[in-house]
Design a protein around this ligand. Structure first.
Ligand code: TYD
Ligand code: MG
Length: 453
């Protein structure tokens, strides 16, 4: 068989192919394939090691589970997304757009860890020590032992980790790390895969936590962090608009915890600060007497968050009505508008509809359907919904309102913020307890909504 000396990789998702393709069959992205040389030296597996069944294969009940040791990053929000802190011997990938605050978040966490006595190594392939120092001065005093190493050579970096033997190492960013033995350029799929597998082995054998930073790239020759997602233990993304100050840390994969937790931060003069009361933050600055505004409640992991949903419905000036949504799924809006037309007789064919979730958070949970629907209805009819009313529920195609999970916690979050009334699915009424003087309005179908508000 011919020895292939090059392969093609998709820069988006890492799909490997023997020939170039215009569209990636795995992630459907266009024009993302790049050619990379592979080293042809195949390891010959000649002797099959004799397998000792007695020791190699064990019964599940004979395995002694080590107690996971977790270290706090000093940010309860970050710890919660991690599932309770950094686990020893784990490899974590922190992805996000360039300039979103990944280096800042990690530098602050490493400061907290080193100030509490941990040995920390911060490897940067992007910035010089003096640049890092300028940033460090902005975020506060470093009293502990934090070592800096500005290098991109994979061998030197792994050597440094071995010699310094920190309990936590940060590699900022994985795309700058370069192994001269691999002929493709730094940031290519083969380079970052090789570097990641080296760091994975180091994390496991040395029992230390290694955090990799990965820039999300839109195009070009640098592969994105998605290529690595399957190789690491935990994948976190830091999201947000560059021009707004909030940042949301979201878990996408976690071998040591759940993935629905989110952490909310705010970028300030001296680094990121945690937003403790997410609901208050999200409702900040709303107008209480505007039509097209409705408060709903979504579960961000184990924590309920109140959100303001805004809709603007106005006459179409072109033939086709425009439908646009920010922060939620556009198809869901089309579906809800169809339900409004068919089940409630609302005429939307010559109306544009714009929907926005204030605060910049993205929500895809169906529990906010009712909020979306009411916001659109409120704008279309120009009626103001009482600002101290919260609503949630999934809307079905027949106009029925279905129950959602954790209804009681959602209602209690609203109660805590002084809300007076909750419009909830009929199916959830029995599970909602301890609401005090809050009025609970159960609804079965969308036809009951007029009465409810
Ligand atoms: P950075 O952490 O460098 O982003 P990344 O590593 O994800 O590329 O963040 C850079 C941005 O954060 C930059 O636009 C400046 C801003 N910033 C602040 O607003 N306050 C601060 O205290 C710091 C350190 C950065
Ligand atoms: Mg950075």
């Amino acid at each position: 068989m011919a020895n292939k000396s090059s392969v093609f990789f998709c820069n988006e998702c890492g799909y490997e192919s023997a020939k170039w393709m215009g569209q990636c069959p795995a992630c459907r992205a266009w024009n993302t394939f790049v050619e990379e040389r592979t080293s042809s030296g195949k390891t010959s597996s000649s002797k099959s090691a004799r397998l000792d069944l007695e020791t190699a294969v064990t019964g599940i009940n004979d395995v002694k589970a080590d107690k996971m040791h977790r270290r706090s990053t000093g940010f309860p929000e970050f710890d919660r997304v991690l599932g309770g802190g950094l686990v020893d011997g784990s490899l974590i990938l922190l992805g996000g757009d360039p300039g979103i605050g990944k280096s800042t978040l990690l530098l602050q966490s490493m400061r907290n860890l080193s100030n509490s006595g941990e040995k920390v190594l911060y490897v940067s392939g992007e910035e010089s020590p003096s640049q890092i120092k300028i940033r460090a001065d902005r975020i506060g005093a470093f009293t502990g032992q934090m070592k800096l190493f500005c290098e991109t050579d994979l061998e030197l970096v792994s050597e440094a980790i071995r010699k310094v033997s920190p309990s936590i190492a940060v590699i900022d960013s994985i795309q700058t790390i370069y192994d001269p033995k691999i002929s493709s350029a730094a940031g290519s799929v083969s380079q970052i895969r090789e570097a990641t597998s080296v760091f994975m082995r180091m994390a496991k054998t040395l029992g230390i936590t290694i955090i990799l930073v990965g820039h999300v790239t839109k195009e070009g020759m640098v592969a994105g962090p998605r290529v690595l997602e399957h190789m690491v233990d935990t994948v976190l993304y830091l999201e947000g608009e560059r021009h707004a100050s909030y940042r949301i840390l979201r878990g996408v994969k976690n071998r040591f915890g759940s993935t629905d937790e989110i952490g909310i931060f705010e970028m300030e003069e001296n680094g990121l600060t945690e937003v403790k009361n997410a609901s208050e933050y999200m409702l900040n600055g709303r107008l209480e007497d505007a039509s097209g505004s409705c408060i709903s409640c979504s579960m961000g992991g184990s924590r309920p968050i109140l959100l303001e949903i805004q809709a603007l419905v106005c006459k179409t000036s072109f033939g086709m009505p425009r439908r646009s949504s920010t922060g939620t799924d556009a198809n869901r809006i089309n579906l809800l508008i169809a339900v409004l037309e068919k089940r409630m007789g609302l005429r939307m064919a010559d109306m544009d509809a714009y929907v926005n979730i204030a605060g910049g958070i993205k929500v895809t949970e169906p529990a906010i359907d009712l909020g979306l629907l009411l916001a659109i209805l409120s704008s279309a009819k120009d009626v103001v919904i009482d600002p101290y009313t919260v609503c949630f529920g999934e809307v079905g195609l027949s106009g029925e309102i279905r129950g959602v999970s954790q209804a009681s916690r959602r209602v209690n979050e609203a109660k805590g913020l002084g809300f007076k009334k909750a419009i909830i699915p009929y199916g959830n009424v029995s599970s909602v307890k301890d609401v005090g003087d809050m009025e609970i309005v159960p609804v079965k179908t969308v036809l009951e909504l007029g009465r409810a508000i």
